[in-house]
Design a protein around this ligand. Structure first.
Ligand code: TTP
Ligand code: MG
Ligand code: MG
Length: 445
C-alpha cells in the first residue's frame, strides 16, 4: 500500500479551483477602495515579487487561544480566568483553552469531563462558530492590507507572502510587528507571528513563542533555527514516521538533517526526500491566495488496479474519511456527492447524487459513494483511480441550524466524535485514528 503521510499540499488540495494561481500573474491588488497610489504600489509589489523570488519572506500568523480569546473579548470580566470553549455535552471535547486554563493541563481535544476535573474553577463556554468566523474575517482583512498573497489555513491562521510588499511597507519583521499591533488595537486580540523564508519554517516559528510571540528567522538561517528543535515540531511529519525516526535515534530536526538522503529514501520512499528537505528548511511551496471554494474532494490513484469489491469499498471509506475531515476543517458541508472512477484503460466516468441536506459526515458520504459506485462498471473493469468530492457547499453553521428540527441526539454525538478525531489527527498526523476497516495495511513499509 502506498504511503499516505499527511503533507500540506494534499491537505489543502481543493478541487475545481476557480483561479489557478501561477507565479507573478496572480499578484493583483484590486480591493474596491484601491486608490491610485495603492494601484501604483500594487504594480511595484507585483514587479518586486517577480524578481525577488530568491529571497522570499513569508509570515505565518496564528491567533492565540482563538475561540477562548474571542469569548474573553466579548465578556471582559472573564479576563485572567481559565476559559474553556467546547463541548456542548459532557461527551464533548475542548475546542480551545485560554492560556490560564492551560496551566491546569487543559488543552484542545481533551474531553470536557477531564477538563472539568483538572480545572473545576474553569469557565466553560459553548462554541459560537458564527462569531469566530466574523472575527476571522476581520483579521484576514488586516492581513490583506499588506499583501494580496494571503493563504488562510483555518479561521485563526494564515500565510502571507510579503516578498514584494517590502519596498512599500518595510522589512517583513516590521510588517509582522505592525500587523500584530493592528490586531491588538482594531480587534483587541493577540496573534503570534513567525517570519521566515518558507511556509514550513514560518509556521514552526509562529508557534515557538506563544502567546503574543514574534519569531524571526533570518534569510539563510532556516537550518540553524530548526536544528535544535525536537522532531515533533517538524510540521507534516506523521506519528508513524516520527516513531520510525525515533527508533533511528533521531531526536531533533538537526539529527534528521544529518541523515543521508539515501537512507531516508530507503526507509520512507518518496516521503524520505520530503523529510530530508524539511529538516534543512527547504520548502518551495508558494503561498496560494484564497479562492472561492467550489468543492472539496480527494482522489487516489492506486499502485495496483483494484477489482475486488472489498478493496474498492475500503478505498471509498478512506476517501470519505479524508473528505469528511477536510469539510469539517473548512467549516463547510456539501449536498452533492460526486464519485469519479478511472478504469485501467484510463476511461473515466463520474456519478453524482444530491442529498436532501448538506453533510460533512464520512459515514453518509461513504454510503452515498457506495451507491454511486454500484452505478459504474467498477469491479467488472479494474479500477485505477477513485475520487470523491462534495459540491453545493454551505457553511457548516448554516446547515447546523436546520438540525434543530431534526432529531438531534445522534447528530450532536457524531459531531463531538468528529471533533475529537479531527483534533487527534491534526495533532498526530492524518492516519492516527481511522475506522477499523482502514487500519489493516497501515504499517510502515
Ligand atoms: P489553534 O490555532 O490550533 O489553537 P488556539 O488558537 O486555540 O491556541 P494557540 O494559541 O495554541 O494557537 O486552533 C484555532 C482554533 O481552532 C481554536 O481556538 C479552536 C479550534 N480548534 C478546535 O476546535 N479543536 C482543536 O482540536 C483545535 C486544535 C483547534
Ligand atoms: Mg491559534
Ligand atoms: Mg491555528
Amino acid at each position: 500500500m502506498e504511503r499516505k503521510d499527511v503533507n500540506l499540499s494534499t491537505l489543502l488540495k481543493i478541487t475545481e479551483r476557480r483561479h489557478h494561481p501561477c507565479a507573478g500573474a496572480r499578484v493583483r491588488y484590486d480591493t474596491p477602495q484601491a486608490s491610485p497610489a495603492r494601484r501604483t504600489a500594487a504594480a511595484n509589489i507585483s514587479q518586486a515579487n517577480m524578481t525577488a523570488n530568491r529571497e522570499r519572506r513569508i509570515i505565518h500568523l496564528d491567533m492565540d487561544a482563538f475561540y477562548a480569546s474571542v469569548e474573553v473579548l466579548d465578556q471582559p470580566a472573564l479576563r485572567g480566568r481559565p476559559v474553556i470553549v467546547g463541548g456542548g455535552s459532557e461527551r464533548g471535547v475542548v475546542s480551545a483553552a485560554s492560556y490560564e486554563a492551560r496551566r491546569f493541563g487543559v488543552h484542545s481535544a481533551l474531553p470536557i469531563a477531564t477538563a472539568r476535573r483538572l480545572c473545576p474553577e474553569g469557565v466553560f463556554l459553548p462554541v459560537r462558530m458564527e462569531r469566530y468566523r466574523e472575527v476571522s474575517a476581520r483579521i484576514m482583512e488586516i492581513f490583506r492590507r499588506y499583501t494580496p498573497l494571503v493563504e488562510p489555513l483555518s479561521l485563526d491562521e494564515a500565510f502571507l507572502d510579503v516578498t514584494g510588499s517590502r519596498p512599500l511597507f518595510g522589512p517583513a519583521e516590521e510588517i509582522a510587528r505592525t500587523i500584530k499591533e493592528l490586531v491588538r488595537t482594531e480587534i483587541g486580540l493577540t496573534v503570534s507571528a513567525g517570519v521566515a523564508g518558507s511556509k514550513l519554517v514560518a509556521k514552526i516559528a509562529s508557534d515557538l513563542r506563544k502567546p503574543d510571540g514574534l519569531t524571526l528567522v533570518p534569510p539563510g538561517g532556516e537550518r540553524e533555527f530548526l536544528a535544535n528543535l525536537p522532531i515533533g515540531k517538524l510540521w507534516g511529519v506523521g506519528q508513524a514516521s516520527r516513531e520510525a525516526l525515533g527508533l533511528m535515534g533521531v531526536r531533533t530536526i538537526g539529527d534528521l538533517g544529518r541523515l543521508p538522503l539515501s537512507l531516508l529514501e530507503g526507509k520512507f520512499g518518496k516521503h524520505g526526500r520530503h523529510l530530508h528537505e524539511a529538516a534543512l528548511g527547504i520548502d518551495n511551496r508558494e503561498v496560494e491566495p484564497e479562492r472561492e471554494m467550489k468543492s472539496v474532494g480527494h482522489e487516489e490513484t492506486f499502485a495496483a488496479d483494484l477489482t475486488r469489491r472489498q478493496d474498492l469499498e475500503r478505498e471509498l471509506l478512506a476517501l470519505a474519511v479524508r473528505v469528511g475531515r477536510r469539510l469539517r476543517r473548512y467549516g463547510v458541508r456539501g449536498r452533492t456527492v460526486t464519485l469519479k472512477v478511472k478504469y485501467h484503460d484510463f476511461k473515466q466516468v463520474t456519478r453524482s447524487a444530491t442529498l436532501t441536506a448538506a453533510t460533512d459526515d464520512e459515514g453518509e458520504i461513504c454510503r452515498e459513494a457506495g451507491e454511486l459506485l454500484a452505478r459504474t462498471e467498477a469491479g467488472r473493469k479494474p479500477v485505477r483511480l477513485l475520487g470523491i468530492s462534495l459540491a453545493n457547499l454551505a457553511e457548516a453553521g448554516a446547515a447546523r441550524q436546520l438540525d434543530l428540527f431534526a432529531p438531534g441526539h445522534g447528530q450532536a454525538k457524531k459531531e463531538g466524535l468528529h471533533r475529537a478525531l479531527d483534533a487527534i489527527n491534526d495533532k498526530y498526523g492524518s492516519r492516527s485514528i481511522l475506522p477499523a476497516a482502514l487500519m489493516e495495511g497501515e504499517e510502515e513499509k
